[in-house]
Design a protein around this ligand. Structure first.
Ligand SMILES: NC(=O)c1ccc[n+]([C@@H]2O[C@H](COP(=O)([O-])OP(=O)(O)OC[C@H]3O[C@@H](n4cnc5c(N)ncnc54)[C@H](O)[C@@H]3O)[C@@H](O)[C@H]2O)c1
Length: 356
């Protein structure tokens, strides 16, 4: 039985705790929880039947977990992962892994040094239709890739951003690209391969925050294929979709639904047995935009830790979509096409006012 300790008792922590406390994830249970806000930690611990703390190191020493999960605001992931790496235990870090490439590199270095496995949560990679799409891609069914597109049309009101002071700030969150669309950017790059260049534009359309709530971008992949990103939290009055389309010379697949969960199109020039059933067997829209993926994700963590396997999204893999995301911000700020690899000069993501 692997025992997980959670750092941060906010929104996403409920997702982790429900799965762990009720032993939904085979071979995993909850060892302890911690939050800087004592009442929040106490209420959370009581709800999920776990000892609660306000200091992460104290929690690790007292509850002796096998895995530590960092579920704190994005701009704090680096500080917390580096601090916790000293315990030498596997660390699960929520997405995005960090907000700057320097932070990501420091996290990777610290975990390598401490021999602590680092897992970045990209739970949508485990969605049934996404797994199916990846299978088709790996077996070469698309032929030459032509275009990959993502659409994130979600609804986040002023109330959502005002709920916690870190939301919608450059230093701790970023906008739609860094927060909500980070999943879809990861999927796009995972399917289409390395990105060569990006050109992006953004606006803050419907809420009063520092960062963008709406962004569009065009991408060129090193394969020569093109990509389109359309992402907004200014969809009203409710969430519409989180979707991904992959178009190749020999096939087209589109996965839609709220959280990339519904196989909408599965068309191949050279069909194989089973293709006719794919739409029916790979379309389960979850009740909310978080999707179902944390369950499968945590099972992957257990398997990788117990059987000493590699993490599908380790620090280096998590860094890839962070680099893409940072390039999008660099393009927005500089109003120019940005070629990857690059060093950010303009991007405000992850920085405080006045930082150079
Ligand atoms: N995978 C997903 O689909 C998904 C969904 C939502 C959020 N997230 C990610 O999870 C992270 C947290 O988001 P959230 O919505 O749960 O935020 P939240 O504000 O609801 O929760 C964060 C919690 O961390 C606590 N915290 C901050 N510093 C701490 C410290 N030093 N020690 C202990 N606790 C500390 C805060 O008090 C707060 O309770 C973000 O990085 C976000 O991007 C991922």
């Amino acid at each position: 039985m692997l025992r997980f300790a959670l750092v941060g008792c906010g929104r996403i922590a409920h997702r982790h705790a429900q799965l762990l406390a009720d032993k939904h994830v085979a071979g995993a249970e909850l060892a302890g929880v911690c939050d800087l806000i004592p009442e929040r930690a106490a209420e959370f611990g009581k709800k999920y039947g776990a000892p609660h703390y306000t200091d992460m190191d104290e929690m690790v020493v007292a509850s002796k977990p096998d895995v530590i999960s960092v579920l704190t605001p994005s701009g704090l992931h680096a500080e917390h992962v580096i601090r916790l790496s000293r315990h030498g235990k596997p660390i699960v870090c929520e997405k995005p892994m960090a907000l700057t490439l320097d932070d990501a590199d420091a996290m990777i270095r610290a975990c390598d040094k401490a021999r602590a496995k680092l897992f970045i949560v990209k739970q949508n990679r485990w969605n049934r239709p996404v797994v199916k799409l990846r299978e088709a891609l790996e077996s070469g069914r698309f032929g030459k890739l032509v275009m990959g597109t993502i659409r994130v049309r979600w609804c986040r009101t002023q109330e959502y951003y005002d709920h916690d002071p870190w939301r919608g700030t450059w230093r701790y969150d970023g906008g739609i690209l860094a927060n909500q669309a980070s999943h879809h950017l990861d999927l796009l790059e995972w399917m289409m391969g390395e990105v060569e260049s990006v050109f992006a534009k953004s606006s803050t359309a419907l809420v009063n925050v520092e960062t963008e709530d709406t962004a569009v971008a065009v991408l060129r992949f090193t394969s020569g294929a093109l990509g389109v990103v359309e992402a907004t939290t200014a969809t009203r009055p409710k969430d519409l979709e989180g979707s991904l389309s992959i178009l190749g010379e020999k096939g087209t697949v589109e996965i839609a639904g709220f959280a990339v969960n519904e196989m909408r199109h599965w068309n191949f020039v050279e069909p194989i047995p089973g293709d006719v059933d794919v739409l029916a067997t790979h379309s389960v829209n979850p009740p909310n935009v978080y999707g179902f993926g944390h369950h499968a994700y945590l099972e992957h963590v257990v398997d990788a830790v117990v059987n000493d396997k590699a993490a599908l999204v380790d620090g280096l893999e998590g860094r890839k979509s962070l680099e893409l995301m940072t390039a999008l911000y660099e393009s927005i700020e500089s109003a120019a096409e940005v070629k990857l690899r690059f060093r950010p000069r303009w991007s405000r993501l992850g920085r405080s006012k006045g930082d150079t």
